[in-house]
Design a protein around this ligand. Structure first.
Ligand code: NAD
Length: 233
């Protein structure tokens, strides 16, 4: 589709839902997992999919946190043009919700309110022993070591690790918003991580009303814009 066609579709839409992934934050300096500069292309002794699994967290907590603080926490990252545009659309009343696989908290930082974080967020953390909650700053002061609660328990980030189920409230909210939308914009995701990628299946508006914005082409979609989401959204 052309940029002009895209603009017209957005102008006509009243209930946009945006479904995004790591590619939405690459222009904020946070690498994604699968494109050339992403985490999967770099050399690690243990692949990110293994490190970021629940099994690894519980069996190798120290190594998990070294990787996590080094590669998953980007304290200086700020929202880019895509995050800001989505927050503006919500304020204008034309966007129902942002559904994201990202854990970086940048949609909320940009001012978006109705955000469903399918994989949780680094901003929220919890003691595994007493349940006390902590913000990101509380855990960062332990870096690169394992954050420990006053009670002696290990603190775990509220991010969904491989092998864990998605948070119920986000699942329900995302499914409802997507099935209510009149235009679904999918951006900056390889749509390869399940069950999150399956959420686009809740859309009931037909293939014509799905638009994909990505720097690499995703097969199976009628309407695509190829390029950077910060520039095209
Ligand atoms: P992915 O890495 O599998 O795919 C990212 C996609 O975005 C790729 O298709 C890439 O071509 C595209 N892309 C990269 N930069 C782009 C840009 N500027 N504009 C448009 N497209 C761009 O990401 P995924 O599908 O979200 O799945 C990876 C998993 O990793 C997710 O579950 C996510 O939770 C997690 N993750 C999150 C972050 C984050 O929170 N920022 C970062 C890395 C990984």
């Amino acid at each position: 589709m052309t940029a002009a066609e895209y603009k017209a579709r957005v102008a006509d839409a009243r209930k946009i839902v945006f479904f995004g992934g790591a590619g939405v934050s690459t222009e904020s300096g946070i690498p994604d997992f699968r494109s050339v500069d992403g985490l999967y292309s770099r050399k690690y002794t243990v692949p990110p999919e293994t490190v970021l699994s629940a099994e690894y967290f519980y069996s190798h907590t120290e190594e998990f946190y070294k990787f996590y603080f080094d590669k998953m926490i980007f304290r200086d990252a700020v929202p880019n043009a895509a995050h800001i545009k989505l927050a503006e659309w919500e304020m204008e009343g034309k966007l129902l919700a942002v559904v994201t696989q990202n854990i970086d908290g940048l949609h909320r930082a940009a001012g978006s309110k109705n955000v469903f974080e399918l994989h949780g967020t680094v901003e929220s953390n919890r003691c595994l022993r007493c349940g006390k909650r902590f913000g990101l700053n509380d855990v960062i002061r332990f870096a690169p070591n394992v954050p420990i609660c006053d009670c002696g328990g290990i603190i775990k980030p509220d991010v969904v690790l491989y092998g864990e189920s998605l948070p119920e409230a986000a699942v329900n909210g995302a499914a409802e918003a997507i099935s209510d939308a009149d235009l679904l914009i999918i951006g900056g995701t390889s749509l390869t991580v399940y069950p999150a990628a399956g959420f686009v299946g809740y859309f009931r508006g037909g293939a014509d009303n799905i638009i994909v914005i990505n720097i690499t082409e995703l097969s199976g979609f009628k309407n695509s814009l190829i390029g950077k989401i910060g520039e095209l959204l």
